[in-house]
Design a protein around this ligand. Structure first.
Ligand code: FAD
Length: 459
């Protein structure tokens, strides 16, 4: 039974902290990145090492506590925490080791993406990940992970070589192509369903100074830019990775005052070929499209591009997420995008189309758990604002935008761009891989101990 004595026993086993309701740090420790989600766990185990994670998993099982695993705490629906249960918080486990000869990067399970980028950059290496550096590498990787390097080097999971996992029974396994390969398959896209990953080993790539950044046009040019972009993307070499943004220019420095609040369309690109060729690679964007309202593309260190949007999105904003995979972008869909972009409910709200072609398509849809390899983009619609009073308008806009576009899109979505949307959406996302995932879940977590996630039930 959960009482002071049993809690004391867990505390005594841990090198990290065990935080309870009533402790001075409790409110800070339970806070998630998305302030729309407010969860109140009973206990937060801030693990310092693998032994702490093993102790916490065993405790959660013995005490029959709903147990969540948290890395960066960035997840849209707040799946890094739970009400009235135990949170295994990995943030203290943030070490990174780079091995320059094989170009590998080993990251502990609680690292942010920024920590991995920082360590890799010192060796001229980068691991494909997302576009905001404060995101946890744990949640990002286990769901797939796409960003500026996806067209050239694939998803984050396509660069995962090995993972150490604390299973639901407290035992530890290493999963790789040569050890526990069923688990390794499932970890690459199956989310946090299979255990706590305490260490990831990634393949890094020689990426250091890139040519990139955003170019913005007035929203009146959005249809022109989007139609041009859908033709340009398949023709452009994979060294150039441009994603499409619809949004509002933030009313803050360093944006020029004269364009504050302007609704816009942007292409935000990263060119990883020789930096001196960058200007030529993006020349069609500059030459073939209308005059932009802002052009910030240029050479910069890769971590600078990766963290460029961090200041706009601090912890504590209200976020409402909707996503879909997209294969084609017909004119009717573009018209709807422009219509909903003109009704954005706040300056921070956005729609992004991230390319998932190129190297992502070189991996078969059943080679990893990440099924939707034949999409062209991963779409996200996000209603974002600091003011909790705006929460309903963010949701209403996000839902109606998504409902209008969904008929043009594929059935599933990137699981990291979903709120809690039910089993049908999860099945649609995994498609033909779902049954295999459910069997692997049954083998490694038969009681569904790890269920605070986009859940795959053991079958
Ligand atoms: C501002 C912002 C920008 C983003 N940009 C991108 C992007 O460019 N590309 C992209 O792919 N995604 C992007 N995302 C989505 C992001 O990948 C998800 O929000 C992801 O869930 C965050 O991971 P986390 O570790 O921070 O989350 P958490 O909330 O800590 O965890 C999320 C889920 O992963 C599980 N989990 C986390 N770590 C582990 C672990 N070590 N072992 C087992 N389970 C674990 C948790 O149990 C939970 O179910 C972005 C999110 C935000 C907020």
């Amino acid at each position: 039974m959960l009482n002071e004595a049993t809690i004391g026993e867990l505390k005594a086993q841990m090198r990290g902290e065990l935080i309870q309701r009533g402790d001075a740090q409790y409110d800070e420790a339970r806070q998630l990145y998305n302030a729309m989600i407010d969860k109140r766990p009973l206990l937060i185990a801030r693990c310092a090492d693998v032994a702490d994670v093993i102790a916490a998993v065993r405790f959660g099982r013995e005490q029959e506590l709903l147990t969540a695993v948290r890395c960066g705490g960035h997840n849209g629906p707040g799946l890094g925490s739970c009400d009235d249960g135990l949170v295994i918080d990995l943030a203290l486990m943030n070490g990174v080791r780079v091995d320059p000869a094989p170009r590998t990067v080993r990251a502990e399970g609680g690292c942010t993406q920024g920590a991995v980028e920082h360590a890799g950059h010192a060796f001229g290496l980068a691991v494909p990940a997302g576009i905001v550096s404060t995101t946890g590498i744990g949640g990002l990787t286990l769901a797939g992970g796409h960003g500026y390097l996806a067209r050239r080097y694939g998803l984050t999971i396509d660069n995962l070589l090995e993972a150490d996992v604390v299973l639901a029974d407290g035992n530890v396994l290493t999963a790789s192509a040569s050890q526990n390969d069923d688990l390794f398959w499932a970890l690459r896209g199956g989310g946090g369903n299979f255990g706590v990953v305490t260490s990831f080993l990634f393949q890094g790539h020689p990426v250091s100074t890139v040519y990139g950044g955003p170019i913005f046009w007035d929203l009146k040019d959005a249809a022109t830019v989007m139609k041009w972009y859908r033709e340009f993307l398949p023709k452009t070499p994979v060294e150039l990775d441009p994603f499409l943004h619809l949004g509002v220019v933030p009313s803050a420095a360093p944006f020029p005052k004269e364009i504050w609040g302007k609704r816009n369309v942007a292409l935000i690109a990263c060119y990883t070929g020789p930096v001196e060729n960058g200007e030529e690679a993006v020349r069609p964007i500059r030459q073939e499209l209308p005059l932009p309202i802002l052009d910030w593309m240029g050479p910069m260190p890769f971590p600078m591009l990766q963290s460029m949007f961090d200041p706009l999105f601090p912890k504590g904003l209200q976020w409402y997420w909707k996503g879909d995979f997209v294969r084609d972008l017909p004119d009717e869909a573009i018209d709807l995008h422009v219509q909903y972009a003109s009704k954005m409910p706040s300056d921070l709200s956005l729609m992004h189309l991230y390319p998932i072609d190129g190297a992502v398509h070189e991996v078969g849809s059943s080679e990893t758990a990440w099924n939707c390899r034949d999409a062209t983009w991963s779409m996200v619609i996000a209603g974002i604002d600091p003011d909790p009073a705006k929460a309903e308008s963010l949701k209403t806009w996000g839902r109606s935008y998504w409902e209008a576009l969904h008929p043009f899109n594929l059935g599933g979505a990137y699981i990291n761009f979903m709120m809690e949307e039910g089993e049908d959406r999860i099945r649609a996302t995994y498609g033909g891989n779902y049954d295999r995932l459910a069997k692997i879940k049954k083998k490694y977590d038969p009681t569904n101990f790890f269920r605070v996630n986009q859940n795959i039930r053991p079958e």
